[in-house]
Write a protein that binds this ligand. Structure first.
Ligand SMILES: Cc1ncc(COP(=O)(O)O)c(C=O)c1O
Length: 391
């Protein structure tokens, strides 16, 4: 018999779709994959060379549980330069990907039964991570008209005396929406007032297509005190497989996470950490290039999607996703699970993979990724149009 912990969680739907796509291609059936959550660029040489050098200079031993000092120093410099927040290396914890950073955070700040606010639509893993750490996810509806960004009153209505923390994902996965400075300040002030931790997931921060991106922790000293910033190199430097993420937080929280991590995994791979130093210090041109390619694809894809009768999108200003509103198809498709039905039909009949919005808590939407080449995006959207045309 397995533990309640295992029985209470559901497997990741996004990973499930990737597996199905791989199975189909192994069977010789070519599928256009618009479901991918990882950059389609190779890791830049600036990061790879750094890892190779680390191997040859034998930097392959155990190191500090919270991460290699040189990397934590490089992260502090990055946060100061790009996000205008000042942190010391002892306030940084390097982990095996941002996923791991989020789990460490939850383990360090929540007790069993504590509530964690999860605005809908949410990144698939948040509710399961909260459940795994014995917290209670509290879902909050947001409005399409506001690009699904949480409003102060929606937050206030969700707060109880058990609320411990809130997730704010900026830019958002699955919508790509980006909060303005004022919007963030309004939410953060409520959190300060109620003593609620902000888990600020800024993993897509380098893919913000607006002139300005605001890190929540930069808003004020008291907001910084309650904020745990989550970031990493998976998306920004195309280093998904290297597994390097990090948190920036108050020293006591960082110390707690360091103890937890020390017992569970010691620390992320030392070689990957050296690669990350290269990623943070030697790859600015590569990052700028990737961002400009994503932006071109986004603008083009939105034009193609909006040309399909009845479909609309949440305005994406960041990340590499488009959240497509398929709600109007409800009249034409007889299904309780609209997004799942549409994605299954797209995959089975049209050989194109999207992610059903229900995976993110919103069944009227499907998520498309533009982390793939423009030809694939064009053909994939054409196949979506073909399905809509038959209805
Ligand atoms: C919003 C968000 N946070 C965190 C992660 C996890 O990133 P990592 O690969 O660094 O664990 C992802 C990856 O898809 C994500 O979309």
């Amino acid at each position: 018999m397995l533990s309640n912990r295992v029985n209470n969680i559901t497997p990741s739907m996004t990973l499930g779709i990737s597996t199905k796509v791989k199975e189909l291609s192994r069977a010789g059936i070519e599928v256009l994959n618009l479901s991918i959550g990882e950059p389609d660029f190779f890791t830049p040489d600036g990061a790879k060379d750094s890892a190779i050098e680390a191997i040859h200079s034998n930097k392959t031993k155990y190191d500090a549980a919270t991460g290699v000092l040189e990397l934590r120093q490089a992260i502090c410099k990055k946060l100061e330069k790009e996000n205008s927040i000042s942190y010391r290396p002892e306030e940084i914890v390097v982990s095996s990907g941002a996923k791991h950073s989020i789990t460490n955070t939850l383990m360090a700040i929540t007790n069993p039964g504590d509530e964690v606010i999860v605005p809908i639509p949410y990144w698939v893993s948040y509710p399961e991570m909260v459940k795994l750490t014995e917290g209670v996810p509290v879902f909050v509806e947001t409005e399409f008209e506001n690009n699904f960004k949480l409003k102060p009153q929606e937050l206030r209505n969700a707060i109880t005396d058990k609320t411990k923390a809130i997730f704010i994902t900026n830019p958002s996965n699955p919508t790509g929406a980006v909060y303005t400075k004022d919007e963030l300040k309004a939410l953060a002030d409520i959190c300060v007032q109620h003593g609620i931790y902000i888990i600020a997931d800024e993993i897509y921060e380098r893919m913000c297509y607006l002139d300005e991106f605001t890190s929540i922790a930069s808003l004020s000293e008291e907001i910084k005190e309650i904020t745990i910033t989550i970031n990493g190199l998976s998306k920004s430097v195309s280093m998904t497989g290297w597994r390097v993420g990090y948190t920036a937080s108050r020293a006591d929280i960082a110390k707690g996470m360091g103890s937890i991590q020390g017992h569970l995994v010691s620390h992320p791979s030392t070689i990957s950490q050296y690669a990350a130093i290269g990623g943070l210090t030697n790859c600015d041109d590569d990052i700028a290039h990737m961002k400009s390619v994503y932006k071109q694809r986004k603008d083009q894809a939105i034009e193609w999607i909006e040309a399909i009768e009845g479909l609309s999108v949440v305005k994406p200003d960041g990340a590499f996703y488009i959240f497509i509103n398929i709600g109007p198809l409800r009249d034409k498709i007889d299904s309780k699970d609209l997004s799942l039905t549409v994605c299954n039909r797209l995959l089975d009949e049209y050989k194109v993979a999207f992610v059903p919005g229900v995976a993110f808590g919103h069944d009227d939407f499907i998520r498309m990724s533009y982390a793939t080449d423009l030809d694939t995006i064009k053909e994939g959207i054409e196949r979506l149009k073909n399905l809509v045309d038959t209805l």
